[in-house]
Structures are given as C-alpha cells and as structure tokens.
Design a protein around this ligand. Structure first.
Ligand SMILES: [Zn+2]
Length: 390
C-alpha cells in the first residue's frame, strides 16, 4: 500500500514521507535498494534518510555483506511512537495501545452498553485509555494518533443515524481531541475497522471482500478494488436493517430487519422465550461450544438469514471472500454453515461459486488491529510525515 502511494507520486513531491512508505514495506533496505525502489538519486535518498533518522523514524543497522562490500541497512522504527485504539461495539468495547506497525502492546476490555449514550461510553473509553497509558508507563507526548471504531455509520467523524439512542451527530474526534489535544483522531464504523484489520493482514485476499461483523448486532463492510467503501453517509454495506419479513420489532423501530432476526440479540431473545439465559454473544458462543443443540440451531438459522442480503451484496460487489467476524463468530461453524447454505444454495453458482466464506482469523482483537491501521493510514501518510519533519 505504501509502495503504491510512493510510486504514484511525481518525483518532485517524492519527499522523506514517501521514502518512509517504501522502507515500511520490508524489514530492512540497503541504500542501493532504496535508490532503485524510489527512482531517486543517491544524494536525494541520503538526504531523506538523514531527515528520517534524525526524527528517529528509521534505525540504521550494522553493515551486512551484500555480495561483496558490507552495507548498512535501514529499517522503520515502529517504536518511535504509539497509537491509542478503541473498538466500541454495541455491548462490548476493547481498548488498546499499539506500536507504529499496528501491533498491540497493551489492551483492556469492558462490557459497555452503547445504548447508554455517547457521553458515558466515550467518557469511559477515554478514562480507560489514560489508565492504560499510566499502567505501561507511556509518556503522553509519544502518542502519534488515535483510531476508533464505533457502532454505526460515520461521515467526517460525525455519527450518522446510528440505531443507538443519543449518538446521532456525535463528533467523536472532538471528544478524543479534547482529552488528547493535538493528536490526530480517525473514526470509522466498527465493521469498517474490522475490514481494515483483515486487509492489513492479507491485502491480496482482501482486495475484493465483504467483512461481516456479527455480535449482538449485525454490521457489514465492503472492500472493492482495495478500498473500504463508505458511501454518501458512511453507511455503505449496512445490511443490518434490510427487511427480512416477520413481525419482530427491531431497535430501529421497523419490523423484521435482518438485525432483529439474525443477530446475537435475536438469538438471546429466542433463548429467553425458552426460559434460557444468554445476555451476550459470548454467552451464546459458550452454549455453542458446550454443544447446546438449541443454541447451535439458532445460530445456524441466523446464518441462513444473513446469507440472503449477503448474497445480494455479493452480486453487487463481486467479492473473492466473505469474512465473518464479531463475537458470535468466535465459534464460527454453525454461523458459517448457515451462511454457506443460503449463499451457495439460493444463488446461482455463476454469482457465488468463486466466493470463499471464512471466519476471521484475527480473533477478538481484529477490531483493535483495524483501528491501528486506520490511525496509521493518517499518521504515516507521506504528506503528513513530511509536514511533521518540516
Ligand atoms: Zn432495524
């Protein structure tokens, strides 16, 4: 990705930030390799390396033998700063601190109910971030960026008509900006950051992908030709409130939405009708893992329901893969089986036979990994790096 950015720039604007994008693409580079990869002259490369080195953005490694003369090599220094990341879900929130490679160095989680509104939820997240910073002894000036996933569509950092009381119009970057002045804040909906995490892990496979997040609610992201789609109001791919029929009242006020019939919330309600108790997706997953036949049946049925709108979305976006994440996918087999049943069974092979339907391999911390990538996309954007060096 960095290489593309660098390669697409004219030579005149090929600053140190663009060279850093190349350096980040491999563990170590000799100066000769960087001259070749950048198309810049030796002097220009040397000048840019010097600037990056003085800002501690790169490290210079001991000379290694390269077919004759020993040459020193250059590596990106992911420890020069830290990112703060949060994955705020409908019922569950994860918070973390990552290095500039997007690797988590600390994390925490809590059952937070987004229905409580943005004030208490964002307030808690900010407070917990401060505690994490303190716990690991991080100096606040080392924080380079903040990446946040929120449970609803976002455009320009502002929450758009989420089906959550009180969130519409919330300026998420402003809330974090007040707590951490001067630190860039990037926000996107939860499924989009999950998609960004999957994309960072395997860019080739995720070049065209649908990423579904199933927890207590249903959220979905679409990647087409390498770009996570946003749309006019940040709601591209939001299939949660597509009508599926039936009379079950959805939290959005309509009846029979996908979210009302195929989410963790829907399964918990059905278990509740049978006198069973499962308050969270985790508790449903525990039942599945314990081989509870009714829980397995309900999760599989939710998968079948999800398959309908997903198949239609696949006909639009033509993905190579549908990746299923979220807490309910932590024991993914019945969910995947239901989705596959509908997609391969109800749609013609010409539309769906080339689509792999798999579980996310990033696990519970996928959202945090994605939030880190989201922040890195901004923090290490070549023009932003050049601006901080100037
Ligand atoms: Zn709805």
């Amino acid at each position: 990705m960095g290489g593309q950015t660098a390669g697409g720039r004219s030579r005149g604007s090929f600053g140190p930030g663009a060279l850093l994008s190349i350096v980040r693409g491999a563990p170590a580079w000799t100066r000769a390799e960087l001259v070749k990869a950048s198309g810049l002259g030796r002097t220009a490369v040397a000048e840019r390396l010097d600037l990056l080195h003085r800002a501690s953005l790169i490290t210079v490694n001991e000379p290694v033998l390269t077919g004759g003369r020993p040459a020193e090599t250059y590596s990106f220094n992911a420890d020069v700063g830290r990112l703060m990341v949060a994955d705020i879900g409908g019922r569950h929130t994860r918070i973390g601190i990552a290095d500039l490679d997007g690797r988590l160095v600390a994390s925490a989680e809590a059952d937070l109910d987004a229905d409580d509104g943005p004030g208490p939820v964002l307030g808690y997240v900010i407070e917990r971030m401060r505690e994490l910073i303190h716990e690991i002894g991080l100096e606040e000036w080392r924080i380079r960026g903040i990446g946040v996933g929120v449970p609803g569509p976002v455009a320009g950092g502002i929450m758009q008509r989420p089906h959550l009381p009180g969130w519409e119009g919330t300026d998420v970057p402003a809330a974090f900006g007040e707590a951490f002045p001067g630190v860039p804040v990037v926000v996107d909906k939860d499924a989009n950051i999950l998609a960004r995490g999957e994309q960072a892990r395997d860019p080739r496979r995720c070049r065209n992908a649908i990423v579904l997040k199933v927890g207590m609610g249903v959220s979905c992201a679409v990647i087409v030709d390498g770009a996570v789609l946003h749309g006019a109001h940040g709601a591209a791919g939001d299939i949660g409130h597509v009508p599926r029929g039936g009379e079950i009242l959805c939290r959005c006020g309509q009846r029979g939405c996908l979210d009302a019939v195929a989410s963790g919330r829907a399964i918990a309600a059905k278990l509740g009708e049978q006198g069973r108790r499962a308050r969270t997706s985790r508790e449903i997953v525990d039942l599945v893992r314990g081989n509870d036949s009714e829980a397995i049946r309900l999760v599989r049925e939710a998968g079948r329901q999800l398959g309908g709108p997903l198949g239609f979305l696949a006909a639009v976006a033509n993905p190579a893969v549908i990746i299923v994440g979220g807490n309910l996918a932590e024991s993914p087999e019945p969910l995947l089986a239901g989705i596959r049943e509908t997609i391969y069974g109800s749609y013609p092979p010409s539309l769906t036979s080339t689509i792999d339907i798999v579980a996310s391999t990033l696990g519970a911390e996928a959202g945090l990994a994605g939030a880190a990538q989201l922040a890195l996309d901004t923090v290490l954007l070549p023009e932003n790096v050049d601006a901080t060096l100037a």
